[in-house]
Design a binder for this molecule. Structure first.
Ligand SMILES: Cc1cc2nc3c(=O)[nH]c(=O)nc-3n(C[C@H](O)[C@H](O)[C@H](O)COP(=O)(O)OP(=O)(O)OC[C@H]3O[C@@H](n4cnc5c(N)ncnc54)[C@H](O)[C@@H]3O)c2cc1C
Ligand code: SF4
Length: 499
C-alpha cells in the first residue's frame, strides 16, 4: 500500500466530460484527458484491504489493489502486466464497464469509492502509447484447431487465450468486421473503434485468423476443427406487440445503432485520413444512414444502456426531440436498504447521453402506435402504470399521446438465434432459453463449447470476457486431455453477480 492516508487526503475525482455542444458535433469519446499525476493520486486512495471485496465485484477477478499500488508508485509498465494477467481487453472494460468493482469497494461503505475503472483505462492507454502492448505469439504450436463462431468480447477473449496456448484459431464473423456489439452496438462516443482495431491487429499478429462476412449456418461448415466455441451473442430482441407495431418508422435498437455506428466510423476515419474511405466497419460519410433521427421527434422505449446509446446517437444525428420511456419507476439516488454494499445497486444514473438532452419518463407503458395516412408512425399513446399485485396496471385517466416520427425499441434481448447453426448442431437449451452447458462450458454436443451472452443471456462486456477466458481454459484442457485447466479460469458458467 503506497500511501496509508491517501483516502483521507484525496477526494474521488474523474475526468471531465467535454462540453455537450462540442461533443455532439464530432462523435468522439466524451471524456477529456486525465493527467497522470491525478491518476496516481486517485490510485493512492486504495486502502489495500485485507479482504479486497473489489476482486469479487469484478467478474474477471482483476487484481485491483496490486495495480493501484503500482500506479501510485508510477510503475505503469508493471501495472499493465498485472492488469493483463486477468483481463485481455482492459481498454474495453475501462471505457464501458459499469464497474461493479466500485460498488463493492470497501471505501464506498462510508465515502466515495476508488476510481478503479479510470485507473484501469489509464494503465492500458498508457501501455499502448508507450509501446508496451505487443503481439505474444505462442512459442510452440499444438497442431490442433479451434473454430470460434462470433467475434464479440467473448469470442475475442476465447480466441486470444487459445491462440496464445498454441492452437490454430479461426474466428468466424458474419458481419463485415470483427467486434460484435463492441463495433455495431456501442457507439463511437462511448468507445472509438480505433481501440478495437488496434487490439484486433495484435491478435492477427499473434496468429488468430479472422474470417469475416461468413455466417456459420450449419455444422458442416465447422467440420475439421478439433473443437468449437459458440460465441454468437443473444441477439433476439424483445418486441412490442401493440397495435400499430407494423407502421413504418418503428425499429429495433439493433437495426438503428449498427447503421449509425457505420456512418460515425466513416466520418471519423474521413477526418483522420483526410479522405472519405469506404472501409470495413464503415460506410460512406457523405450518405446519411438509412434510418436517421435527423429532424425527427424520436421516442425510445426502454430506459437502459441500449436506450441511452440510441439517445446519444439520435442527438448527434440532429433529432428534433428525444423522449426515453421506462416502465419501471424512477430509481432512488442512493442505495436502498434492499441493495446494501457490496451489491451493484439500481440507482438513478446519468450517462453522458442523458446530459446531452432529451426527457426521461418513468412508470409508463406504451398502449398503441398511431400512424398517418401513408402508414408511417406519427404518435405513441402511453399510459402511466403502477405496480399492483405484482403486475403493472394502467393508472386511470393517465393516457396521453407523444408525437413522433421515429420509434426505437430498446427493451432487451430474449436469447440466442436458434434457426441455422444451433438447430443444425442440435445443442440443448436451458430453462431461460440460453444454450445449455456443463460446468466446463461444454454444450450437449461433445467438443462444442459456448461462451458469452449465448450461454449466459444478455449481460456485460466484463462477463463476456470472463466467459471467453474460462471457456478457453476448458477447451484447452479438453484438447490436451489435461487433468486440470492450464489456462486461467475466471468464473464458473453458473456464477452470477452478487444480488
Ligand atoms: C447497444 C448495446 C450497448 C451495450 N453497452 C454496453 C456497455 O456499455 N457496457 C457493457 O458492459 N455491456 C454493454 N452491452 C452488453 C454487451 O455488449 C454484451 O453483453 C456483449 O457484447 C456480449 O458479448 P458476446 O461476445 O457474447 O456477443 P456479441 O457482442 O453479441 O457478439 C456476437 C457476435 O457473433 C456473431 N454471430 C452470431 N451468430 C453467428 C453465426 N452463425 N456466424 C457468424 N457469426 C455469428 C454476431 O454477428 C456478433 O458479431 C451493450 C449491449 C448493447 C446491445
Ligand atoms: S473490468 Fe469492470 S468490474 Fe473489473 S475492475 Fe474493470 S471496471 Fe471494475
Amino acid at each position: 500500500m503506497g500511501d496509508p492516508k491517501g483516502f483521507l487526503k484525496t477526494a474521488r475525482e474523474l475526468p471531465r466530460r467535454r462540453p455537450v455542444d462540442v461533443r455532439l458535433t464530432d462523435w468522439r469519446e466524451v471524456y477529456e484527458p486525465f493527467a497522470a499525476e491525478r491518476v496516481e493520486r486517485q490510485a493512492a486512495r486504495c486502502m489495500d484491504c485485507g479482504i479486497p471485496f473489489c476482486h469479487n465485484g469484478c467478474p474477471l477477478g482483476n487484481l485491483i489493489p496490486e495495480w493501484n499500488d503500482l500506479v501510485y508508485k508510477a510503475d505503469w509498465a508493471a501495472a499493465a502486466d498485472r492488469l493483463h494477467a486477468t483481463n485481455n481487453f482492459p481498454e474495453f472494460t475501462g471505457r464501458l464497464c459499469p464497474a461493479p468493482c466500485e460498488a463493492a469497494c470497501v471505501l464506498g461503505i462510508n465515502a466515495e469509492p476508488v476510481t478503479i475503472k479510470q485507473v484501469e483505462v489509464e494503465i492500458i492507454d498508457r501501455a499502448w502509447a508507450d509501446g508496451g502492448v505487443v503481439p505474444m505469439p505462442p512459442a510452440t504450436r499444438s497442431g490442433l484447431s479451434v473454430a470460434v463462431v462470433g467475434s464479440g468480447p467473448a469470442g475475442l477473449a476465447a480466441a486470444q487465450q487459445l491462440t496464445r496456448a498454441g492452437h490454430a484459431v479461426t474466428v468466424f464473423e458474419r458481419d463485415d468486421a470483427p467486434g460484435g456489439l463492441l463495433r455495431y452496438g456501442i457507439p463511437e462516443f462511448k468507445m472509438e473503434k480505433s481501440h478495437l482495431d488496434r487490439r484486433l491487429s495484435q491478435m492477427s499478429a499473434e496468429g488468430t485468423v479472422f474470417s469475416c462476412g461468413v455466417a456459420v449456418e450449419s455444422a458442416a461448415q465447422l467440420a475439421g476443427f478439433s473443437a468449437v466455441v459458440l460465441a454468437g451473442g443473444a441477439r433476439v430482441a424483445r418486441d412490442l406487440p401493440v397495435p400499430g407495431r407494423s407502421l413504418s418508422g418503428i425499429h429495433q435498437a439493433m437495426e438503428y445503432l449498427p447503421q449509425g455506428n457505420r456512418h460515425a466510423s466513416a466520418l471519423l476515419r474521413g477526418v483522420e485520413g483526410g479522405t472519405s474511405p469506404r472501409s470495413a466497419g464503415g460506410g460512406d460519410p457523405a450518405e446519411s444512414p438509412p434510418i436517421s433521427a435527423a429532424g425527427k421527434h424520436v421516442v425510445i422505449i426502454g430506459g437502459g444502456d441500449t436506450g441511452a446509446d440510441c439517445l446519444g446517437t439520435a442527438h448527434r444525428q440532429g433529432a428534433a426531440s428525444v423522449t426515453q420511456l421506462e416502465i419501471m419507476p424512477k430509481p432512488p439516488r442512493s442505495r436502498s436498504a434492499g441493495q446494501p454494499w457490496p451489491t451493484y445497486p439500481m440507482i438513478y444514473r446519468v450517462a453522458s447521453a442523458h446530459e446531452e438532452g432529451g426527457e426521461r419518463v418513468y412508470a409508463v407503458s406504451t398502449e398503441e402506435l398511431l400512424g398517418d395516412e401513408a402508414g408511417a408512425v406519427r404518435a405513441l399513446r402511453l399510459t402511466e402504470v403502477a405496480m399492483e399485485g405484482g403486475r403493472f396496471t394502467p393508472v386511470a385517466g393517465s393516457a396521453r399521446e407523444i408525437p413522433c416520427e421515429l420509434v426505437l425499441l430498446a427493451m432487451g434481448f430474449t436469447g440466442a438465434e436458434r434457426p441455422g447453426l444451433l438447430e443444425d448442431l442440435g445443442v440443448e437449451f436451458d430453462a431461460r432459453g440460453n444454450v445449455a452447458r456443463s460446468a466446463s462450458f461444454e454444450t450437449s454436443e461433445p467438443g462444442v463449447f459456448v461462451a458469452g451472452d449465448m450461454g449466459r443471456g444478455q449481460s456485460l462486456i466484463v462477463w463476456a470476457i470472463a466467459e471467453g477466458r474460462s471457456a478457453a481454459a476448458a477447451v484447452d484442457q479438453h484438447l490436451r486431455a489435461l487433468p486440470r485447466p492450464a489456462l486461467p479460469v475466471a468464473i464458473a458458467p453458473t456464477e452470477r453477480p452478487l444480488a
